[in-house]
Design a protein around this ligand. Structure first.
Ligand code: UDX
Length: 438
């Protein structure tokens, strides 16, 4: 198929490369010429395992191209994916739809023939119907149809999640199902042949599927973090508890890791936007539940910062080693990163922060130049009064108490991701503190 993907951020660049991998002829579109030329060279603008290989392979073969021209894109494709960002608005918790609106306004008048527009961006429920109406008004052809096909990819496994998704969700407007569904089946013929389920529904349900999925994951994390607080109060162990309840298939063990809480470019903003939309719709039970999920999540950051400050109490010019800055491992993303947030709070409280991360330091330094950045975990731990483990990178999990014992000033470790073995660190003479761990 001939496919255009509007927006080449995490979602768009990955989607475009994976569509080429599935055998389609793809053109990626972005208003940023610097990004377009980097991508056209086959270079990924962010760290994502497996993506550079796909970009290089398919830009070299010519099956994947990038442009900033909407005219070129409109002429080069029959299926148009909207994959631009929907960040949080600066003045409220709601989503900022200006990038989606800009694509619709620019693309709409150029759509001819039987083009199909499929939205992938995460949008508040009700947006897709408005876009379908607007495109019908703008497009010179009366045959254009709009569907919604939300994306569930995770950073770090984005290529796998796109090529082998858990499910494909498609929202269609009344009377539009036939053509949109058959085009979607052709686009995803590979994953569908491998058994991926396709859920076809109305536009509103498709839009809600995405924010409901992310909000459920966030709720699971905040649930286990609130149980961790109870564990702390009675000296119980939340990791063992999570294993035990996780054996129940109805619950499942995944997303039950207590710690510093969720961050990143998606979960926090999607939960906020869903809360704002639920409140707008007058559904206060959902809005209140999500507000609690957010409150518990931000309290985790405060708890870890407080633990670190307690460890530094009474020390002149205290130093904290911060190991891990990204919001999760296998990503260079520090957007809404709990680790970076806590690090900057410590610095603001007068602690000298010595940070290390295998992939996130350049991004972190751009946002927080006041922190100290070091080129190894050992260098970051030099003369530290407390070591904070903030992101569970393999390199950090593999550290042993003896690796750091002679480097630090005080043998105190705060394991904010519950990824170290408490017994090993305590036996080696360290004060170990986890989250909800005996
Ligand atoms: C998320 C969704 O998983 C994905 O389906 C959606 O398309 C985009 O948002 P991502 O942002 O890549 O993906 O991160 P994810 O792997 O979900 O992790 C989010 C955050 O939750 C991370 O900060 C992670 O450290 C935290 N987390 C995850 C926990 O604190 N505990 C857990 O048990 C799991």
């Amino acid at each position: 198929m001939r496919i255009a993907v509007f927006g080449t951020g995490y979602l768009g660049a990955t989607h475009a490369a994976c569509m080429a991998e599935l055998g389609h002829e793809v053109i990626g579109v972005d208003v940023d010429p610097a990004k377009v030329s980097r991508l056209q060279e086959g270079e990924a603008p962010f760290f994502e395992p497996g993506l550079p290989e796909l970009l290089r392979r398919h830009t070299a073969s010519g099956r994947l191209r990038f442009t900033h021209s909407y005219e070129v894109a409109a002429q080069s494709a029959d299926v148009h994916f909207i994959a631009v960002g929907t960040p949080q608005r600066p003045d409220s918790a709601a989503a900022d739809l200006s990038q989606v609106d800009a694509v619709v306004e620019a693309l709409g008048p150029l759509l001819t023939g039987h083009a199909v527009v499929l939205g992938k961006s995460t949008v508040p429920v009700g947006t897709a119907t408005g876009i379908a109406d607007r495109i019908r008004a703008l497009a010179p052809s009366p045959e254009i149809v709009v569907g919604w096909n939300p994306e569930f990819l995770r950073e770090g496994t984005a290529v796998h999640d796109t090529l082998c998704p858990d499910r494909i969700v498609l929202g269609v407007g009344p009377g539009d199902r036939g053509r949109i569904e058959s085009v979607t089946r052709e686009v995803y013929a590979g994953p569908l042949a491998d058994g991926t389920p396709l859920v076809v529904t109305d536009l509103a349900t498709a839009e809600l599927t995405k924010v409901a999925a992310n909000s459920f994951l966030a709720t699971k994390i905040s649930f286990i973090n609130s149980v961790a607080e109870v564990c702390d109060a009675v000296d119980a162990d939340v990791s063992v508890l999570a294993d035990a309840i996780g054996f129940d298939e109805r619950i499942g063990r995944r997303f039950l890791n207590a710690g510093l809480g969720f961050g990143g470019a998606c979960l926090p903003k999607d939960v906020r936007a869903f809360r704002a939309r639920a409140a707008e719709l007058g559904v206060s039970a959902a809005a209140n539940l999500l507000a609690d999920v957010e409150r518990i999540n931000s309290r985790q950051r405060t708890r870890v910062a407080t633990m670190a400050l307690e460890a530094c109490r009474g020390i002149d010019n205290p130093r904290a080693a911060v190991l891990g800055l990204t919001f999760k491992p296998d990503s260079d993303d520090v957007r809404d990163s709990p680790a970076l947030d806590v690090a900057s709070r410590l610095a603001a409280a007068g602690v000298t922060v010595q940070a290390w991360d295998p992939h996130g330091m350049d991004n972190a330094e751009r946002l927080h130049p006041e922190l100290g950045y070091f080129d190894s975990p050992l260098a970051a731990c030099k003369a530290a009064d407390v070591v904070l483990v903030m992101t569970e990178w393999d390199e950090i999990r593999a550290l042993t108490p003896s690796d750091l014992a002679d480097t630090v000033s005080e043998r105190v470790v705060i394991d904010a991701r519950n990824c170290l073995d408490p017994a090993a660190w305590r036996t080696a003479g360290w004060t170990y503190r986890g989250i909800g761990r005996r």
